[in-house]
Write a protein that binds this ligand. Structure first.
Ligand code: HEM
Length: 474
């Protein structure tokens, strides 16, 4: 019996050893060990790594990322289907949405639908902009209730981001204190915890641990899925041609129009809801958290923003997204915040869709691609001051806002973030409105600000507290 088990184990190890074999002319990298791959020497400057037994190529630097994701977008836009997150989601959502779907015509169809829904959502009087500004009023009220005391902004910004995307998905009516909002924000924070930190990344590198962790993720996703299912059944019965039509309504319209063989199904819809809800909450909330952390740590930057905001908005009730063209310094600060936040350091992993080449190396079909977006943020030759927080990185000699092409927090190419415009609008309108009304101060008992983000799939600043004061001009 024991001998039999030993032989089986030896065969298994041998198979894994064989599976980590490098193909000819594959980019160089450290030698993987069975089961662990390159777990023990994780260095994202290496061109080639093994995620367990799966070969992966790290795209390091703007030139490599652009050549792969943009110039050869068709070859580099797949998604692996056997990573931890797939194990967790597959038993719940039987069909992919957008984020995890492989490169195919059905992914393209759903992506186009998502973009169109975002673009058309709330045209006219009820525009997306007005809805975001409505949500900022909730933030203002919450902050006014806490004047003079110190507050933890984490839940507030996550709730605001979740609320805004939920409006677009299914016209959520619940406030921040409602169990519904608390449930989703709680799930997103727990899921982020699993992915964040060095361990979060290492989990990806070990297939055996991956399966165990995916069971935990599964539990979180299942809860979210149940809630979305309930919303969908309620929406089916209360469907009215109201304006603006949210994503569920638009999707149900589409389901009625299309026949068999289409990529629109109820299963896809559940995945789409989870994709948008998650992708649209944690990223935006963590960028806002980074923004206010830096504004408190650099009070002179905060004051200069406020001065320019006051000048541009003089006599106006509220800011509009168009005003960004006049606000060079605040725009530079928000972009510098995105550079520092480095919210999705390794983007979402891609996969090669057919045998291809990159920078003279052969990359076989199925290779996992890790776009190291972080590597572009301090790259030599692109930034005036790459290693410090300095809004001058985004200002020309005349003090006008400029955006270097290698700031790509939303990634690039056919899979580039679908919510970029929405996220930019949220960041600008929320930050400018709050800065116009309040001064944000680091609490006396808050220790020294720690600006190093917690490394992970989605990076987040370490928890902090902030003090809010009304500005004399408010
Ligand atoms: C500051 C905020 C955000 C950042 C930094 C961010 C970043 C990213 C990144 C890096 C990707 C991966 C792209 C790739 O695979 O190459 C992505 C994908 C995606 N994001 Fe965002 N995102 C943000 C906000 C949002 C919002 C608000 C939404 C809501 C609609 C959203 C929806 C998506 C979707 C659906 C995808 C998948 C696109 C696809 O696979 O075709 N994101 N995002």
């Amino acid at each position: 019996m024991f001998a039999c088990a030993a032989v089986l184990a030896a065969v298994w190890l041998f198979t894994l050893l064989f599976r980590t074999h490098r193909s000819p002319n594959f980019p160089p990298g450290p030698r993987p060990i069975p089961i662990f791959g390159n777990l023990l020497e994780l260095d994202l400057e290496n061109l080639c790594l093994f995620i367990g037994s799966r070969p992966a190529v790290v795209l390091h630097g703007f030139k490599a990322i652009k050549e792969a994701l943009v110039n050869k977008g068709n070859d580099f836009s797949g998604r692996a289907q056997d990573l931890m997150v797939n194990h967790a989601i597959h038993p719940i959502a039987h069909a992919p949405g957008v984020v995890l779907a492989d490169y195919s015509s059905s992914w393209r169809e759903r992506r186009r639908f998502g973009l169109m829904t975002l673009r058309n959502y709330g045209l006219g009087k009820d525009s997306m902009e007005q809805r975001i500004l409505g949500e900022v009023n909730t933030l203002i009220k919450l902050m006014e209730q806490s004047l003079g005391t110190s507050i933890s902004p984490q839940l507030i910004f996550h709730s605001a981001a979740s609320y805004i995307i939920s409006q677009i998905l299914f016209a959520q009516q619940y406030d921040y204190e409602h169990d519904f909002t608390k449930f989703f924000v709680g799930v997103f924070l727990e899921v982020s915890k699993i992915f964040n930190g060095r361990w979060g990344m290492w989990i990806h590198l070990m297939e055996c641990v991956e399966v165990l962790i995916s069971i935990r993720l599964f539990c979180f996703f299942q809860g979210a899925h149940e809630k979305h299912r309930k919303i969908l059944s309620e929406n089916k019965t209360t469907r009215v041609p109201q304006k603006p039509r949210h994503l569920i309504d638009c999707y149900l319209d589409e389901l009625e129009k299309v026949g068999d063989g289409s990529s629109f199904s109820e299963d896809n819809l559940y995945s789409l809801l989870l994709d948008f809800h998650f992708a649209g909450t944690d990223t935006t909330a963590n960028t806002l958290l980074t923004c206010f952390l830096y504004l408190m740590s650099y009070p002179e930057v905060q004051e200069r923003c406020q001065k320019e905001i006051d000048e541009v908005l003089d006599g106006k009730d509220q800011v509009s997204f168009e005003d960004r063209h006049e606000m060079h310094y605040p725009q530079a600060v928000l972009h510098e915040v995105q550079r520092m936040a480095d919210v999705a350091p390794l983007s979402v992993f891609h996969k090669v869709t057919r045998d291809t080449e990159l920078m003279g190396f052969s990359i076989p079909k199925g290779t996992i691609i890790i776009p190291n977006l972080s590597s572009t943020l301090t790259e030599d030759g692109y930034w005036k001051d790459p290693h410090h927080f300095n809004p001058d990185n985004f200002l020309n000699d005349e003090g006008q806002f400029i955006k270097p092409e290698n700031l790509i927090p939303f990634s690039a190419g056919p899979r580039t973030c679908l919510g970029e415009n929405l996220a930019r609008m949220e960041l600008f309108l929320i930050a400018v409105t709050l800065l116009r009304r309040f001064r944000f101060i680091w609490p006396e008992d808050g220790g020294t600000p720690d600006l190093t983000p917690q490394f992970g799939t989605i990076q987040t600043p370490k928890p902090y507290r902030m003090k809010v004061q009304l500005r004399p001009t408010a």
